[in-house]
Ligand binder design. Structure first.
Ligand code: AMP
Length: 289
């Protein structure tokens, strides 16, 4: 994208972004929404690249959603470099940015939430009660404000993607949800806005997360189908790193996210690992050869 690409339109209320989007739709635009919490990195930029190929106008939302944080310190410490984010959106050829405040998103009297079902219960849902209720609610509101034809999400947040797809189906939203593979550092660590909060030692140690997922995939490729044995391989890799504290590592069904006894078909290995007060998540799709 040319460096002199026009700056995106920036909106901070649902009415303003909605009226711009409606105008664009009337002119035949196909709107592609990329929801983010900002602190944009190459993973987000890749989502925007994919989005550009899926429609005429890319709309990026930037909103650190208080409803999906269950720890006040995590919400408070979440990076918010809005000027750099707007510059990155301009360089990526984004047509519009929707960046409301929390007060605009959840004004006094706000009381309606989207309650996801069983997909939201295990894994992230078990460790972060209410997280996916917050995610589903804010994504529903973003969809309502922008009314995109297409919405792009990263596979990095695998369970979020599953919950959003289910919401779109259950609530008849008629939005095409597109998923994008995880963008990684050269050593395999998944890009995340939270990586900037890792100390240098923890950053070096965090490579154990993708290595644990790779070890599970290798064990499966070598013939181990028993899920407990596969999980033990991944857990051992995390346990070998003394700076890491494992919250969970699970091999589950890729569609239902329910536990499996054996991997006979597709599966996903998914994990959450702490380094100090920074919690990283990652996942990898698995298929026996
Ligand atoms: P976030 O700002 O962390 O809420 O993420 C916004 C979107 O970017 C979500 O759909 C994420 O899944 C996606 N995303 C975050 N990190 C990555 C990554 N490393 N690769 C691809 N997509 C990502």
């Amino acid at each position: 994208m040319a460096l002199d690409a026009p700056s995106p339109e920036v909106f901070d209320t649902p009415a303003a972004v909605n009226s711009w989007c409606e105008h664009r739709r009337l002119h035949g635009a196909r709107l592609v929404l990329v929801p983010t919490m900002g602190a944009l990195h190459a993973g987000h930029l890749h989502l925007m690249d994919v989005a550009r190929g899926l429609g005429t106008d890319v709309v990026v939302s930037i909103f650190v959603n208080p409803l999906q944080f269950n720890r006040a310190d995590d919400f408070a410490k979440y990076p918010r470099p809005i000027d750099g984010d707007l510059a990155a959106c301009a360089r990526s050829g984004v047509a519009a940015v929707y960046a409301p405040t929390a007060g605009v998103m959840y004004p006094p009297g706000f009381q309606t939430h989207v309650e996801p079902g069983a997909l939201a219960d295990p894994l992230e849902g078990a460790g972060r009660p209410g997280h996916f209720r917050g995610v589903a609610t804010v994504v529903c509101k973003l969809f309502g404000a922008v009314r995109p034809h297409v919405a792009v999400f990263g596979q990095k947040d695998y369970q979020q993607l599953a919950v959003v797809r289910q919401m779109v189906t259950d609530l008849d939203m008629q939005i095409d949800v597109v998923s994008v593979p995880t963008v990684r550092e050269p050593d395999g660590l998944a890009l995340s806005s939270r990586n900037t909060r890792l100390s240098p030692s923890d950053r070096a140690a965090a490579v154990c997360v993708p290595q644990a997922l790779a070890a599970v995939a290798e064990a499966l490729a070598a013939g181990t189908r028993d899920v407990a044995a596969l999980e033990a391989v991944g857990t051992a890799r995390i346990a070998a790193e003394r700076r890491a504290r494992l919250e969970y590592l699970a091999v589950v069904h890729p569609d239902t996210l329910q536990p499996l006894a054996d991997v006979v078909d597709r599966a996903v290995v998914t994990t959450a690992v702490w380094f100090g007060d920074v919690r990283l998540i990652d996942n990898r799709l698995l298929a026996p050869q």
